[in-house]
Design a binder for this molecule. Structure first.
Ligand SMILES: [Mn+2]
Length: 356
């Protein structure tokens, strides 16, 4: 849709196949909220398709109805997604092949061989370059006064955005991390910027004031000990512990309020789709039983606004392309969660009125 027919945009009509994210017509100049798609899954251990996530979410997003009972017409501030970068996507495919090649060498007991080392170095260098690219793109947008979200890709992808946010806001912000996995490993499988290390990297290399993890149910003893040693800067809320509180009669509203109370006023939301019940994301790379219901996650986001806190940025990651023939279920769920994050970001930045 071109800008010329912008005034004729009908929020009730069916979105055109080539329209923007959520079927919206906004240009980059007009939109106050920008989404950066990052088609990247070089270090994923198993399961494939997260690099196709941005495209799958974009397509599914056109089916989302714009009016929202909680965030009303927040979309009117303008949401847009950058075009998916072909070069990074192609590079991702080549590097993913190299990672598989290296995995074969490791399985053959040749992890220390010269060829395995060469592959590892090349992947580490490319991942660092990707982070720099994301950071540059995010900084441009932040300095133009935009709210910035990111659509992965695997969970390594938001590092550059969080780093850019620190440059703009300083370190006095917290990360609300929704995930099945703790992602606190130090250089998983020899990769500096692995999806499984994202929160370790965020804490050690960027250093926000706080990390609050929710839904965690798949983690190593090393990650557990690391989290314990970093209390209270890191507060990991294991899924089982949260569920037990609910079983014992606490309400989710009270639990959610407590989780948000641990965070400073400025909050970055990092949403790994596998934090949800895997029935909601069966095709994600590493699904784990348990997790949050869609509504629990939605209430958790609303609790940020209830507490008068501000979403300074966010990401949605690990949404997988459906297997051929399967319904676009993961992307459908992902697009709806993304829409909620956009809406609450608009509201908590004072750009839109909440409705309920
Ligand atoms: Mn993750």
């Amino acid at each position: 849709m071109s800008t010329s027919d912008h005034t004729e945009f009908d929020p009730n009509s069916t979105a055109l196949a080539e329209s923007g994210v959520f079927g919206l017509p906004f240009t980059a100049d007009e939109a106050k909220l920008h989404l950066i798609p990052v088609p990247w899954e070089v270090t994923t251990s198993y399961g494939r398709g997260a690099s196709l996530g941005p495209d799958a979410v974009l397509r599914a997003s056109r089916q989302v109805d714009l009016f929202d009972l909680e965030t009303g017409d927040a979309w009117k501030i303008g949401y847009m997604m950058d075009e998916i970068d072909r070069e990074w996507f192609e590079r991702n495919l080549r590097l993913k092949e190299m990672a598989l090649e290296r995995l074969e060498l490791i399985e053959a007991g040749e992890e220390d061989s010269e060829s395995a080392e060469r592959l590892r170095n090349e992947i580490n260098e490319a991942s660092a370059e990707l982070n720099q690219w994301v950071e540059r793109e995010a900084l441009k947008k932040l300095r133009a006064g935009k709210i910035v979200g990111l659509v992965g890709g695997d969970h390594s992808t938001p590092f550059g955005l969080i780093s850019a946010l620190k440059q703009v806001h300083g370190a006095d912000f917290g990360v609300l991390h929704i995930d099945a996995h703790a992602d606190l490993r130090d250089a998983y499988q020899g990769y500096d910027f692995s999806h499984a290390s994202i929160m370790h990297n965020v804490m050690e290399r960027i250093g926000p004031a706080k990390l609050v993890q929710v839904g965690i149910r798949d983690f190593s003893i090393g990650e557990f000990n690391y989290s314990e040693s970093k209390k209270p800067q890191i507060q990991t809320h294991y899924d089982r512990q949260l569920k037990k509180r609910l079983e014992n009669g606490e309400t989710w509203a009270a639990v959610a309020r407590g989780l948000i109370a641990e965070l400073p006023k400025k909050i970055y939301v990092s949403f790994d789709i596998d934090g949800l019940d895997p029935a909601l994301c069966p095709n994600t790379g590493t699904p784990v039983p348990g997790g949050l219901s869609f509504d629990q996650a939605v209430s958790l986001l609303a609790a940020i606004a209830d507490a008068g806190k501000q979403i300074i940025g966010f990401d949605l990651n690990e949404v997988a392309e459906p297997t051929p023939g399967a319904a676009e279920w993961d992307a459908n769920v992902g697009a709806r969660m993304l829409f909620k994050m956009c809406g609450w970001a608009a509201v908590t930045n004072g750009l839109a009125e909440r409705r309920s």
